[in-house]
Design a protein around this ligand. Sequence first.
Ligand SMILES: Cc1cc2nc3c(=O)[nH]c(=O)nc-3n(C[C@H](O)[C@H](O)[C@H](O)COP(=O)(O)OP(=O)(O)OC[C@H]3O[C@@H](n4cnc5c(N)ncnc54)[C@H](O)[C@@H]3O)c2cc1C
Length: 498
Amino acid sequence: MARVVVVGGGNAGLCAALSARAEGAEVLLLDRGPADGSGSDSYFTGGLFRVAYDGLDQLEAIVGPLGMDPSTGIDAFAKYSEADFLEDWGRVTGYRCDAELAETVVGTSYDAITWLSGHKVPFLSGLVVDSAGRVRHTRPGWHGGFVEVSGAGPGLMAALLKAADNAGIRREHGVGVRSIERSAEGFRLVSRYAHGETVFHDADAVILASGGFQADPEWRTRALGPGWDLARVRASRYNTGRGIRIAQDLGAALYGNWSGCHAVAWSVGSRDAGDPKANHIFERESYPFGITVNVHGERFIDEASDFGAYTYARYGREVLRQDEQRAWQLFDAQCEEQLMDEYRTKNPEAARTRADTLEELAAKLAARGVDRDHLLRTVAEYNAAVDESVDFNPYVKDGRGTKGLRFDKSNWSRKLERGPFEAYEVTCGITFTFGGVRIGTDASVLDEDGRPIPGLFACGEMVGGLYYFNYASGTGLTSGAVLGRLAGRRAAEVVAHA
Ligand SMILES: Cc1cc2nc3c(=O)[nH]c(=O)nc-3n(C[C@H](O)[C@H](O)[C@H](O)COP(=O)(O)OP(=O)(O)OC[C@H]3O[C@@H](n4cnc5c(N)ncnc54)[C@H](O)[C@@H]3O)c2cc1C
């Protein structure tokens, strides 16, 4: 009998398993996906962990010497305090997030990163010096305190799986947990292998870490609304919300923003559910530096209301609302320096249209169904509205906006006037859902009266109450690590007293 069973082997589940094991528990990890972790959302991540730190020395303690002199503007990255992190989290969620959970995650974010580093997760600073000699995040226009895993999501998963194996954690892959019953000794898990055979496991404590329900189109549509059945799933095909249902059957309270999710502008050339080989090329997060239009050739958002790190997770919803769920991000040659690497892929699935003149670009987009005349009018109106009295500065919110448009752009506005011009066709890609189970600050699953359900814990995407409306980039992995660690520790305590 494995005393602690962890359901789901992404970042949160593996952190929980490592933590329970470190406290001396026997641990079995069950996951629906393949043994290399590529069935998890964590595998598809950019490997960015948002973290609070008080000085560059703290950052260097994790990532090694930065070797950047003051002329690069490194001072701007010298600190990302817990108060900064909490404020960014609160602001983007309309101050609706569960304050106690957010404080728990933020307050132990640095400790969790240090712990992961101790498990040989290879962290980098995620800071680079650009061609202007200025330091910036690897993702131009990103904001906040981060560390980044070398090798991104696959690098993270490889390190965590290796650490799990070294720690003596048993893992079984290709096995989906279907239900969990209370038994005299604790819990009995009923699971099914991909080939159909049913298998039973007993446990004193169970940690659920099996993700949100974003890969279930029917549930998605019921919770998020019409049209969400057609959103592309960016990553795991296995996160169909089974763990949330199981928890509910065991008496868990549901919690959080059930009509909300993290969804981005995502290349229309993408496939549904993540492709481990090609996924990264579908990201389209440089839109704050250009403009975005719909099939009618109209703008429909302020592309630069904030740093991309605070808008990208809500703009997928805006694209989904447009006719045909399609939109085009337009850039001119001046935007080149700010385009993230994935825009530069030569893959035809990039869904890129290129032309030397705007008229030619509009004609080419007309073949994709875009209203050519309206598009040209939109660009002309936008160009005329750009406030050129303010200097363009991609390192800060420069306030270089437009005036008098239906959707004014708040920052980084430059006339689209220098060829070649590019358009990237996007649709909505869903990342994960916000509604989930209610947990306490020790990751215990709570019942409807707010009481912990003995022996049952949850962490990661399937936790409700963390995010409302929107999300600050890099928070998912950090919250998974913090709450996973807590869940593991507490589950081991349960086992010790069983
Ligand atoms: C393209 C992309 C990029 C991202 N980049 C970042 C980033 O850089 N930084 C960041 O913080 N966040 C990022 N995110 C969000 C991040 O992926 C999640 O917040 C985080 O990975 C969730 O971890 P998790 O362990 O809860 O879920 P997962 O990593 O999805 O793990 C859940 C696991 O549960 C398994 N499972 C599901 N159902 C069952 C079942 N019934 N039985 C057994 N196993 C089951 C699945 O197979 C899966 O392996 C990104 C997401 C995507 C899609």
